[in-house]
Write a protein that binds this ligand. Structure first.
Ligand code: ZN
Ligand code: ZN
Length: 110
């Protein structure tokens, strides 16, 4: 079932849009690596106070989430990610060991 990445809604009241996590020049790469999310059209995607296109903090969080997802799924280092997308979104506070812990937890799932 499709769900809004931000609020978890299923599109009954506000239709879901597909949003490329990394747009512009990286839009095709977002598509290629599956870095797309569903978002409620009005509230969470474009117009709402906390929508990704209106709220810089939410956008930053989504970029970080997307980078971690890409690194995990492709077994990339930060450098590998920069090679593909041209930028590191995780900032200097990023600690790889947290990502590896997340990876272990996920491997328990079927
Ligand atoms: Zn969008
Ligand atoms: Zn939503």
């Amino acid at each position: 079932m499709r769900q809004c990445w931000l609020c978890g809604a299923t599109g009954i009241h506000d239709p879901l849009d597909r949003h490329h996590i990394f747009g512009g020049a990286n839009r095709n790469k977002s598509e290629k690596y599956g870095l797309v999310v569903d978002l409620c059209h009005e509230h969470c995607h474009i117009f709402g106070k906390y929508s990704v296109h209106k709220n810089a903090e939410i956008m930053r969080y989504l970029h970080q989430w997307g980078q971690r997802k890409a690194m995990r799924e492709n077994k990339w280092s930060v450098e590998d990610f920069i090679r593909e997308f041209g930028k590191n979104y995780l900032g200097s506070t990023f600690r790889p060991e947290l990502m590896f812990r997340e990876q272990e937890e996920e491997s328990d799932e079927p």
